[in-house]
Design a protein around this ligand. Structure first.
Ligand SMILES: [Zn+2]
Length: 290
């Protein structure tokens, strides 16, 4: 009898051990990391270790990894997907070099992808996958663990033609500009607004998706002014608003102060990332940063 109880206790302790182990490891495995490289460039590392890179102009003047003549691409080894909101150089930036280096698949509209291959020597195989999509659509990537929705943006889009000659225009068609909603299983839902102007139909994005964080262009001049970007944060019902596309070059807002002030009036959470900073989500909970 006593002997049996001992066995039962051992079994129980073992079960408890297994339970603790299983409840600890998924928690660490469910971290999503969002890194800002300055301007509109972000990487997202999913709980399954897939790496998405959005608008990778890593050689932008705000990126601390590009300072003092350093090559910001030297630390880039694993990228699974490159997402381009549109073709302008301050967004498409280093996409070709990174694609060549990492074998990453392109996620963009078909016109941008086509001209990028034709004019900029983007690797064709990586630009002709199921990940080429259109506004209003959704695709599954990363073994079905990430859903990407392409959302409207009011802006322009073109592909710079390095082979342009006297009779060939310097800019080729880049399809429609876009934004992205990135829904990560066991992680946050993230909105990247691209270079859009404010438009009232942004409310549709808020109706369709439950956004944990919105990465909003606030620099003005070429897109939303800070005040309108705050209206956008409200329209998309962002739980947290993070500013981007500012302070990089003359002509756009140099800081996020007025954006923060507007959000405060609207009682919307705000977090200002520093270029080079990474924030971490555990599930849908922000655990580093604010
Ligand atoms: Zn831009």
């Amino acid at each position: 009898m006593i002997h049996d109880t001992k066995i039962e206790t051992t079994k129980l302790l073992f079960a408890l051990f297994v339970f603790l182990l299983s409840s600890v490891s998924p928690a660490t495995a469910q971290e999503t990391k969002i890194k800002w490289f300055g301007h509109a460039a972000f990487s997202i590392t999913t709980p399954n270790g897939k790496v998405l890179l959005i608008d990778p102009w890593l050689n932008n003047p705000s990126n601390p990894e590009a300072k003092d003549g350093n090559d910001p691409l030297s630390a880039i080894t694993k990228i699974d997907y490159i997402l381009l909101t549109h073709g302008h150089r301050d967004h498409a930036g280093d996409a070709v070099a990174i694609a060549r280096k990492t074998g990453a698949a392109l996620i963009s509209n078909p016109e941008l992808a086509g001209n990028f291959v034709k004019l900029s020597d983007f690797p064709a195989k990586q630009a002709e996958t199921d990940a080429i999509m259109g506004i209003g659509g959704e695709i599954q990537i990363a073994d079905g663990k990430v859903t990407i929705a392409m959302t409207p943006a009011i802006h322009s889009s073109s592909v710079f033609n390095p082979k342009a000659g006297a009779n060939e225009p310097e800019r080729a068609y880049g399809g429609n500009p876009a934004g992205f909603v990135i829904i990560i299983k066991n992680g946050p839902t993230i909105y990247h607004s691209g270079d859009t102007a404010y438009f009232k139909d942004m409310e549709t994005i808020g109706e369709n998706y439950s956004l944990d964080v919105a990465l909003l262009n606030i620099g003005g001049h070429f897109g939303m002014e800070p005040k309108m970007a705050a209206k956008a944060a409200r329209a998309v019902r962002a739980r947290l608003a993070v500013p981007q596309h500012y302070g990089t070059f003359p002509g756009i807002a140099q800081n996020a102060d007025s954006f923060a002030a507007e959000l405060k009036k609207m009682k919307i959470n705000f977090y200002e990332m520093k270029p080079g900073e990474t924030i971490t989500y555990r599930g849908k909970q922000l655990i580093k940063g604010k």
